[in-house]
Write a protein that binds this ligand. Structure first.
Ligand SMILES: CSCC[C@@H](NC(=O)CCC(=O)O)C(=O)O
Ligand SMILES: [Mg+2]
Length: 365
């Protein structure tokens, strides 16, 4: 059927607690949601770009403009997810903008066929074990309190944000408090190869991985670091496509991959990254961008694919939001249930959406 148009919806959603990483602190998120309207109905996608281009080059206002001025015109009245991916190919970059539109088109396409994201993508399990990402804190005691709380909630794995000056001491403290806890760290590109010897001081703590220690374009640097540090290197920001995943793997730059559909341009490409990693025997896990229930639902379905063998950052809605845009995702025995309804299997609550909406703009096809 034909595309009638895309609704862009900007919402402001507060975080239950500040989330600090090596590139800044967030206390609320401005999220751009995309609703695709076709003759078959509607579908939802979430753009994971932040308000500022500090995780990657994309940002909310830029993504909205790219969708309005460069992506939608290339769709014409087409609503086919594969044709959309093809139509977007001449546009360089902007994977998060592309992924938001692609997810909305895939949602309406699947709803019309009474097929869930999980069925479509190839989910092999009914629930996915949840890990949780813990920000940089003002003190080690505060960090230990936060970690104790998440462990008590049932999270299967803890990820600690690190940066120069907040790395060995907090990791040592958490490991001493929780000797058997699956534990990993994420540097969000904050180190350089000159820090190799320092990062090797994390090796005694039996971490699952060190995520993105170096800048996203430094594949060779990560390969050199991997030879100097015993803990496995995992890439996030560097992996923007299946081809780049294969390149990083064969060059020895990564032995575990964090998959985020928004970072790679959409769910179709995310599955290709999953498949390429599986072909190389490289395990993957599902990363997060503090998604609302709309993006979270689709991520949980993706995380149920066979090679997602490590707990991801698919935490409960309550990790970030007092009230989610959809029915909240709740931890059940440390796992999230994969939605079984058509499409993403969830829908935004009209009243909550209205309360959080800052602006909407309908773009006719
Ligand atoms: C604003 S930080 C977003 C990027 C970060 N994401 C997380 O740490 C997990 C966030 C989440 O739980 O969704 C990462 O680099 O992996
Ligand atoms: Mg990361």
């Amino acid at each position: 059927t034909e595309l009638e148009g895309l609704e862009l919806r900007w919402i402001d959603i507060p975080l239950v607690s500040p989330f600090r990483t090596s590139f800044g602190t967030e206390t609320a998120r401005r999220v751009l949601l995309v609703r695709a309207v076709t003759g078959d109905g509607e579908g939802w996608g979430e753009c994971v770009a932040m308000d500022e281009p500090v995780y990657s080059a994309e940002y909310v206002e830029g993504a909205a403009q790219v969708i309005r001025d460069f992506l939608l015109p290339r769709l014409g009245r087409g609503a086919d997810p594969w044709k959309a991916e093809e139509a977007f190919r001449p546009v360089h970059g902007h994977p998060m903008a592309k992924a938001a539109v692609g997810a909305a088109l895939l949602d309406v396409w699947l709803r019309a066929r009474d097929t869930s994201f999980g069925e479509f993508l190839g989910a092999v399990r009914p629930a996915v074990p949840s890990g949780v990402s813990v920000g940089i804190m003002d003190s080690v005691p505060e960090l230990l309190d936060a970690v104790d709380g998440y462990v008590a909630e049932g999270y299967r794995r803890i990820k600690l944000k690190i940066e120069p000056g907040w790395d060995v001491a907090p990791v040592r403290a958490v490991r001493e408090r929780h000797p058997d806890l699956p534990l990993q760290v994420d540097a969000n590109t904050a180190y350089t190869l000159a820090d190799a010897r320092h990062l090797a001081r994390l090796d005694p703590f039996d971490l699952l991985l060190i995520e993105q220690p170096l800048p996203e374009d430094d594949i060779a640097g990560h390969a050199a670091l991997a030879r100097l540090v015993a803990t496995p290197i995992c890439l996030d920001e560097s992996i923007t496509s299946a081809a780049i995943a294969a390149d990083a793997i064969v060059r020895g730059a990564t032995s575990v991959v964090n998959i985020k559909p928004g970072r790679v341009g959409g769910f179709l490409e995310a599955r290709r990254v999953h498949d390429v990693c599986a072909a190389h025997g490289v395990p993957v896990w599902c990363g997060g961008m503090l998604e609302t229930g709309i993006g979270r639902a689709a991520n949980v379905a993706l995380a149920a694919l066979p090679n997602f063998t490590l707990p991801g950052d698919t935490s409960a809605s309550s990790r970030y939001f007092a009230t989610d845009v959809t029915e909240p995702f709740v931890l059940e025995d440390g796992a999230l249930l994969v939605p079984t309804g058509p499409g993403i299997g969830v829908a935004p609550d009209e009243a909550v959406l209205r309360a959080l909406t800052v602006r909407t703009e309908f773009l006719p096809a």
